[in-house]
Design a protein around this ligand. Structure first.
Ligand code: NAD
Length: 307
């Protein structure tokens, strides 16, 4: 693979200005420039948020997201295009966002912000607010996101239970369950937190049975991908009181449609797929690209290679 021209696809603008990454990578031994769909065709490699068919003309695509469920793996393989992703950089950002959700629910901050918007001085009921130490978070997925969440909420005194394919222990988690025992794992949790990638296996993994098994005072959090959860079952569970509330960064359809009942629910926090946002995002992505350019020069295997 001869790397002369690296395109920064304009779609990275969803997360940071393309020019920031362009200048961060200006020391690379290749031309780096911001490109649109057409411009991408002339590149050896492209760094991108979105997927475009034009990228099949490149040799290497780097996704600035960890999730790569939008990429057509079969087409990439057929055209001999390498795909790498940005797994490994979102531990602290997403961990802090999830800790923020938990603190909002326990300290009622979302309710106060809502009341302030209405100009209302409204104290919570005596038994609404609580503290986190001793509470249990069941975290589905023990990779970068899962470990980052366990680290940050663990430091707030929350007991962390991880769910992964095998029940082997993972550093940073107090207890581990295998995915086969998912219902057992969520049954006693105060918070159930999805940090999984979207795959054939995880599609709709969280269904009505999971919500029925959860405690009625438990909160559900999804920072993985929307389709891992049966959103209708989630809405039913929230409406019927089968669970207390939810914090959601990802949805079956994004942007979340205007008519979704989730917008209006008091105990639901909606964030627009930005749990991993940070002003340093372009640097974290740039370091991954640089690492792989170095590996290419040394004829080593790609880091974070998916296809
Ligand atoms: P990662 O590869 O570090 O971790 C994923 C973990 O999930 C791995 O440990 C893997 O073994 C596990 N896993 C996969 N299938 C499983 C299954 N069926 N049962 C149990 N465990 C399973 O990836 P990551 O960086 O932690 O990201 C995970 C996902 O989170 C991404 O694919 C992406 O969809 C999502 N994500 C969302 C945001 C956001 O802004 N909300 C940011 C980053 C990542």
């Amino acid at each position: 693979l001869d790397l002369e021209r690296i395109g920064v696809h304009e779609s990275v603008g969803n997360v940071f200005p393309p020019a920031e990454l362009e200048s961060y990578l200006s020391d690379l031994p290749a031309t780096v420039e911001t490109v649109d769909d057409d411009g991408a065709r002339d590149c050896d490699a492209v760094v991108t948020f979105a997927y475009r068919e034009a990228f099949l003309d490149c040799d290497w695509i780097h996704s600035i997201q960890a999730g790569v469920d939008r990429f057509p793996f079969d087409d990439l393989e057929a055209e001999d295009v390498v795909l790498t992703n940005s797994t490994g950089i979102h531990d602290r950002t997403v961990g802090e966002t999830v800790a923020g959700y938990l603190l909002a629910f326990s300290r009622r901050l979302h309710a106060h912000v809502a009341a302030q918007k209405e100009g209302e001085w409204e104290k919570p009921a005596w038994d609404e607010a609580f503290t986190l130490p001793g509470k249990t978070a069941c975290i589905l997925g023990t990779g970068t996101l899962g470990s980052g969440v366990a680290d940050v909420v663990g430091s707030l005194g929350v007991r962390t239970v991880g769910v992964r394919r095998s029940a082997d222990p993972v550093p940073g988690f107090d207890e581990i369950y295998a995915t086969d025992d998912l219902l057992e794992a969520v049954a006693d949790a105060d918070f159930v937190i999805v940090t999984l990638p979207l795959t054939d296996e995880t599609h709709q993994l969280v269904d009505s049975e999971v919500f029925e098994t959860m405690r009625e005072d438990a909160y559900f959090v999804n920072v993985g991908r929307g389709p891992i959860v049966d959103e209708h079952a989630l809405i039913d569970a929230l409406e019927s009181g089968a669970i207390e509330g939810a914090a959601l960064d990802v949805f079956e359809e994004e942007p979340l449609p205007e008519e979704s009942p989730l917008w209006e629910m008091d105990e639901v926090i909606v964030t627009p797929h930005c749990a991993a946002f940070t002003r340093d995002y372009f640097r974290d992505v740039g370091d991954l690209v640089e690492e792989n350019v170095g590996r290419l020069e040394d004829e080593e295997e790609f880091y974070n290679r998916v296809v």
